[in-house]
Design a protein around this ligand. Structure first.
Ligand code: DLL
Length: 435
């Protein structure tokens, strides 16, 4: 079994990595320009040719690519290989418009699975582990990516997909799962169900979780770690790039190492497109370096985060990205104030509430309204009406301090907010219905 802790790459000097990136970038840009008329068009329009790209320093000369470019090009417009050489498609959920379809050659699948295998090894995974994959299988990349990674590591892979939570827990106990892969909201739900079944962390063998595909806070991490008795690690990726495994957390749990030999990250100002220096907060942009079927050059992810290259206690030198705490298009503007759902989650968990909440934004008499529904556990629910009203007031004050605006808080009975088995939908913006 090959070792997917690829130490030579993952702990390489900055200069060494740069050399690999320079060489691969030149090839990737030539490949895209030669085989994809869409790239030819946008590069010609910007007056840049593949010969102008000699190293990573020239990256800024290239045009950006956005999700709407991908939608315009649906389905085959960005394909850089004949379909006969492609072996797989995956696709985004398409909740906000036409789906985006991404193609893979066998080489692309291998690279992707290798990136996921690195992520599993970084949390201590080995061939002796039992890896329960409860990300959705199908067009969504979560299931396929971690499944492939787990195979490469040689772990015993449980291809559960999401849902049927009692069965998940039964398999987890009967087969002694040691690594859990799913969204953080589903991990929280599994933890809750475990306790409802009268079981505790002592009744399972899990040691680590690889959770991603949606934003989650440090408070949520601590909550999950406690209920499941594990270390919870973050993993990031997006369908357009391949899926999970673009970056992954290590034992330090302080941000995700980007697989820089396959992806070059940049941070830009989302309004002006200007490239920002390392350490600045902005929109994450990626360029693939070794994609055959679906090369993406300067793709704007809309995810907001910070890049930092620092000595990591795990020994890896790959640059780290902070948790993306929301996308530029997730940000709510309420009464002119920027509000990220993650800020609300932080306050709730800090104040001892559950991560089961729903945010509703609406407009009344030309005024934005913000209502936050938070589920109480059965113990909290046994309080008197007066006590609950007092807690709502206290919570509203804590929210005001964090957000700068006053929300209306609603503490609701246990089990009244729908649980998520995949990506949680926590925000309902009803203002859009009136527009
Ligand atoms: O969510 C791929 C994935 C699957 C990642 C499993 C991790 C684990 P998409 O459905 O295309 O792909 O959604 C990509 O999800 O641009 C982010 O906004 C968000 N996202 C993904 N991982 C994280 C994370 C998969 N760890 C979009 N933290 C991305 C915060 C995340 N947001």
């Amino acid at each position: 079994m090959e070792n997917y802790y690829q130490k030579d790459i993952e702990t390489m000097s900055k200069e060494g990595l740069r050399e690999i990136q320079n060489e691969r970038l030149v090839k990737q840009v030539r490949h895209a320009y030669k085989n994809v008329p869409y790239y030819q068009k946008i590069m010609d329009e910007k007056g840049v040719s593949p010969d102008d790209i000699k190293s990573v320093d020239d990256l800024h000369k290239l045009p950006f690519l956005t999700k709407s470019d991908l939608r315009d090009a649906y389905p085959y417009g960005l394909l850089a290989k004949p379909l006969s050489e492609c072996v797989r498609i995956q696709s985004t959920s398409g909740t906000t418009g036409k789906r985006v379809v991404v193609f893979y050659t066998q080489h692309d699948v291998d690279v992707w699975e290798q990136c996921c295998a690195r992520a599993i090894m970084a949390v201590g995974g080995t061939k002796d582990d039992v890896c329960q994959v409860c990300y959705g299988y199908g067009l969504f990349t979560g299931g396929a990516g971690l499944h492939g990674g787990s195979h490469k590591v040689g772990s015993l892979t449980l291809p559960m997909s999401s849902g049927n939570t009692e069965r998940q827990i039964q398999f987890m106990r009967d087969l002694g799962s040691t690594i859990l892969c799913c969204t953080p909201s589903y991990a929280a739900y599994i933890g809750e169900s475990l306790h409802e079944m009268g079981l505790s962390a002592d009744d399972i063998k899990l040691k680590a979780g690889i959770f991603g595909a949606e934003p989650w806070t440090e408070e949520m991490r601590r909550d999950i770690e406690k209920t499941l008795g594990i270390k919870a690690y973050d993993i990031y990726g997006l369908t357009e790039m391949c899926g999970p495994g673009v970056s992954f957390e290590c034992s330090a749990q302080t941000g995700m190492h980007i697989n820089e030999d396959y992806f070059i990250p940049e941070i830009i100002d989302p309004d002006t497109g200007e490239v920002l220096p390392e350490g600045a907060k902005g929109e994450l942009v990626f360029t693939t370096l070794d994609k055959e079927a679906f090369p993406l050059i300067r793709y704007r992810t809309r995810d907001i985060c910070v890049l930092k290259r620092e000595k990591c206690s795990c020994g890896r030198t790959l640059i780290k990205m902070t948790k993306p705490m929301g996308r530029s298009d997730d940000m709510l503007i309420i009464r002119g104030v920027n509000v990220f759902p993650s800020q609300i989650e932080t306050v709730l968990l800090e104040q001892g509430y559950s991560p089961n909440y729903r945010i509703e934004v609406d407009r009344e008499n030309n005024n934005d309204t913000l209502d936050i529904y938070v589920e109480l556990n059965s113990e909290q629910f046994s309080d008197t009406v007066k006590e609950i009203a007092g807690k709502e007031k206290q919570l509203a004050a804590a929210m005001k301090t964090m957000l700068g605006i006053n929300p209306k808080m609603h503490l609701v009975p246990p089990k009244s907010i729908a649980r998520s088995e995949g990506k949680a939908v926590r925000v309902v913006d009803k203002r859009k219905l009136h527009d």
